[in-house]
Every structure is written in structure tokens, then in C-alpha cells.
Design a protein. Structure first.
Ligand code: BES
Ligand code: MN
Ligand code: MN
Length: 471
């Protein structure tokens, strides 16, 4: 079966890429209210593609708030396993806009890459799933006169498939978390396929087996009841920016160690086997510093490699500070309030609840006099490490070997995909995290890209994977 499907994917490679571009033109930024209609449009586009390729029970699931889920299934492979395919069609905001070589929502090809916001995270990867399914569902011998018409497909999938796509992964995934909890039967499957991760290096087939969790917070500091003239009141009125800076400076020491009491209590160290495997990965810390990070020095906790620090240690970062005077020129003001966006990445066996409580208590304790602090939780998700001892991981490595000609490496990632923990907890199924991003793809950054070769080989990898699971 896969030979026909792979041939079909190759014949239609140009159209597949064009259709990805159509999705990339929709600015489905989930965090900004102005783009709510665009997120909706992207959901509709994905749903109509699922219908067109012959998936069944396609539904755009809307709730009173948030962005829709897109569901579909094809459950006619009697006796075969069921996969739950996951990806997200929302994207991060594109700013800073003037850093983009070509506009973020005008997908542009350069040097074998496709540049656009969402190219790799995660529309490109979502479309690898759609195209693998389309290639498998398409008849190898079209019926005369009806080829291409909706519903004319007489192809069959080698396994049963359910699809669940979300439009708010980048803002914490509240809707999908609720859906998984309330309707586990609608997502009943033997395993999940997550297409939202990256390969460790170009040409190196990779499965991701661990993700960090996170708590994303806002820290709001208030001083005077209103903005004040800084000459008249400077020296007497508290300055919330200075207080905020003092609080932030108290959260971490110069070596990157988080100073919140008890924060590291539940951190579980990676196993000796895992650490040994990480040492064998093709990774040069100096090259990573220079080419990927581009800073004069890497920072972080003493005694850990950069891989350990990003995959297996908790961290704390500040994403933005809002308030006060930020226009051109000078304004002499003591602002009444200042807000910082602060997140912490968590690792097993930390819990978001405990981490948030410890953080909040500590902030209250170290805040300077004269200001009040409000600590708000925006979203959170648990860290996960998944087992590799199951037939689906085996099938994945076999499929990847066919397409890439190499043995698969197992890695963790420092990023977070909140729903993966919920799949394990509520659906009780393992996940296979097979993604085709590259380390320099620029996720969440200007000039995000997807390697076009990886898009096509990703599609072939998924075709082979589904076939292998069905065999
Ligand atoms: N796809 C990423 C997560 C990721 C990145 C996994 C690299 C593996 C390798 C995902 O879209 C993402 O960015 N998630 C957010 C989490 C969210 C709750 C805001 C993240 O990690 O910041
Ligand atoms: Mn993603
Ligand atoms: Mn992302």
C-alpha cells in the first residue's frame, strides 16, 4: 500500500506545498483577540481539507470561549490499532515585524526553505499529517470519471485514525484539555502521534520522548495610586519598576540557580542510560553557542551540560516588561504600576500547582516595602517523559529508517506541549512524538522556516509509519 501512497505524495508534491502556503497565509495568532476570526478561518480550512481527502465525522468543535478544535476520524480498519493524530493550527505573534526578510504571512521559498510564521510550528507539521492521510486514502487506480471529486476516494487507511487539532496550543490549550477530560471516549485510541517537535540535527531521524512543563505568570507591581511627576515625588514615592527589577533579580542567582525555596525538591534526575545516550548525540556546545544562540557565552546552572540544562533542569525566564513610558524621547514619570511576564519550565516530577505556590509565596516575601504585588497564573502544563518500550515506537523507528536510512535518536526537548501529559493521564495512551523541524528553524522568532525537503520526507515518514503500525 505504501508504495502507491508514496508515489502519489511525490507526484503531488508541488500541490501539497501550495496547499500548505494557503494555510500559512491565514494569520491565526491565538493570543491576540484581533485574530480570533483568522483562527476560526484556519480551523475551517483544516476541516474542509479533512472532508476533501475522505476523512469522516469532520467537526469544528466550538465552545463559548477560546478557539475551536477540529475533529475527524476514519475507523474502517477492523482489527487494526487506532492512532490519535495531534497538531495545532494556531501560531505565535509574528513580531518584531521589521526583522522578517519576507512578510510573516506571505510564505516565501528561499534556499530550499519555506519562510512564514507557523511554517514549522505547527502548520507545516499539521499538513504532513493531512498529506500522509490524503496519499493513503487516494485510490491508486482511480474510478473512471470520478477521480478527484469529493467522496470519490476508494483508498483505505492501514489503521484506524482519529484526528484532533487545536487552535490554542500557543496559549496553553485549555479547550483541548477540557475536551480530553470530558470526552475521553471520543478520542479512544491505542496511541497518539504528536507532530510538533524537531529533529536533533539535519538528516537525523528523531523521536522526542520528553518535554518540559511550564507555568506562565504575570507579576504586577503597584506603588502610588496614580502616575506621579518624578521630580516632585522622586525620593518619596515607591517606583514599581525598580521594585519589579528587585523582585526579578531575587528569583535567580548569577549562575541561573532559581532561589525559590523548595523549587528543586521534586526534580527527578535523568537516568544514567539517558545521560549516556545524550553524550553520544552529535552536539558541539561551542557551535551551538555561536551558530544557534549567537551570544558571547552560554549561561546556566554550574555542573550541567547545555543539553541537561535545557532538557532536564527547571528554568525561569522573563518575556517582557510592560508599563511606564516607552515612547520615543523622555518623560519624567513614576509610573503607578509595572508588569512582567515570567515563566518557569518544569521537569519531572515537579507539579505546576506546587511550583506556582512556592513562587507566589516567595515573591510576597522578597517584595520591597511600599508596593503591592499580584501574581497571576496565565497557563500551566506538566512535564512528561514517555516510555519507548511499545510497538508504536518500534514501528516509528522502522519507518524512519526506511525514509532516512539511519537509526533513530531519542531526545527530550526543552519546549512544552501541554496536552501530551493529558493524553497519558486521561486517555491512558502512549505518545509518539515524531517531528521534522530543525534546530535552526526559528520557532517563535522572526524568519521562522520549514525545510521543504523535511516537509516531503515527513509526509513519507508518516505514510510508512501508518503502514508499519497496520502491518
Ligand atoms: N512546538 C512547540 C513546543 C516544542 C518546541 C516542542 C520545540 C519540541 C521542540 C509548541 O508549539 C510551543 O511552543 N509550546 C509552548 C507552550 C505553551 C504552553 C505556550 C512553549 O513551549 O513555549
Ligand atoms: Mn508547536
Ligand atoms: Mn510553539
Amino acid at each position: 500500500m505504501s508504495a502507491g501512497a508514496v508515489a502519489y505524495a511525490r507526484e503531488n508534491a508541488g500541490r501539497f506545498l501550495d496547499e500548505l502556503k494557503t494555510l500559512l497565509r491565514i494569520p491565526s495568532v491565538s493570543t491576540t483577540p484581533e485574530h480570533k476570526g483568522d483562527v476560526e478561518k484556519a480551523a475551517e480550512w483544516v476541516a474542509s481539507e479533512l472532508r476533501r481527502i475522505g476523512m469522516e465525522h469532520v467537526e469544528v468543535i466550538r465552545a463559548a470561549e477560546g478557539h475551536p478544535l477540529v475533529y475527524a476520524d476514519w475507523l474502517h480498519a477492523a482489527g487494526k490499532p487506532t492512532v490519535l493524530c495531534y497538531a495545532h493550527y494556531d501560531v505565535q505573534p509574528p513580531d518584531p515585524l521589521d526583522e522578517w526578510v519576507s512578510p510573516p504571512f506571505e510564505p516565501t521559498e528561499r534556499n530550499g526553505n519555506l519562510y512564514a510564521r507557523g511554517a514549522v510550528d505547527d502548520k507545516g507539521q499539521l499538513v504532513t499529517q493531512l498529506k500522509a492521510l490524503e496519499s493513503l486514502l487516494h485510490p491508486t487506480t482511480p474510478k473512471p470519471g470520478v477521480s478527484g471529486a469529493p467522496g470519490s476516494q476508494d483508498g483505505k487507511l492501514p489503521i484506524n485514525v482519529r484526528v484532533i487539532y487545536e487552535g490554542e496550543e500557543e496559549v496553553g490549550g485549555e479547550r483541548i484539555a477540557g475536551f480530553v477530560q470530558e470526552h475521553p471516549e471520543r478520542l479512544k485510541a491505542d496511541f497518539a502521534l504528536i507532530s510538533d517537535t524537531e529533529m536533533f540535527a539535519p538528516e537525523l531521524p528523531t523521536l522526542c520522548v520528553g518535554l518540559r512543563g511550564m507555568i506562565y505568570t504575570e507579576l504586577e507591581v503597584r506603588g502610588a495610586k496614580t502616575d506621579l511627576h518624578s521630580g516632585m515625588y522622586g525620593g518619596a514615592a515607591p517606583n514599581p519598576f525598580v521594585a519589579l527589577a528587585q523582585i526579578i533579580a531575587g528569583l535567580k542567582d548569577r549562575d541561573g540557580k532559581i532561589l525559590i525555596p523548595g523549587f528543586y525538591d521534586d526534580v527527578k534526575a535523568p537516568s544514567g542510560d539517558e545521560l549516556a545516550a545524550w553524550k553520544k548525540l552529535p552536539f558541539d556546545e561551542e557551535e551551538y553557542r555561536e551558530k544557534e544562540v549567537g551570544a558571547s557565552k552560554l549561561v546556566g546552572e554550574k555542573g550541567y551540560s547545555a543539553i541537561e540544562r535545557t532538557w532536564a533542569r527547571p528554568t525561569l525566564d522573563v518575556h517582557g516588561i510592560v508599563g511606564g513610558f516607552i515612547g520615543a524621547g523622555a518623560k519624567t514619570v513614576i509610573p503607578a504600576k509595572a508588569t512582567a511576564k515570567v515563566s518557569m519550565r518544569l521537569v519531572p516530577d515537579m507539579t505546576p500547582e506546587k511550583a506556582f505556590r512556592q513562587y507566589k509565596e516567595y515573591v510576597e516575601k522578597i517584595k520591597p516595602e511600599g508596593v503591592t504585588v499580584e501574581v497571576r497564573l496565565i497557563h500551566s502544563g506538566e512535564a512528561i517523559v514517555i516510555g519507548t518500550d511499545n510497538p508504536y515506537v518500534k514501528a516509528a523507528t522502522t519507518a524512519l529508517k526506511k525514509v532516512w536510512g539511519k537509526d533513530t535518536v531519542f531526545i527530550r526537548s526543552g519546549g512544552s506541549i501541554p496536552i501530551v501529559g493529558d493524553f497519558e493521564k486521561h486517555l491512558k495512551i502512549p505518545s509518539v512524538m515524531m517531528g521534522f523541524g530543525l534546530p535552526d528553524d526559528g520557532l517563535h522568532a522572526p524568519n521562522e522556516k520549514f525545510c521543504i525537503g523535511n516537509f516531503h520526507r515527513g509526509i513519507e515518514s508518516l505514510i510508512e509509519f501508518f503502514d508499519e503500525v497496520g502491518a
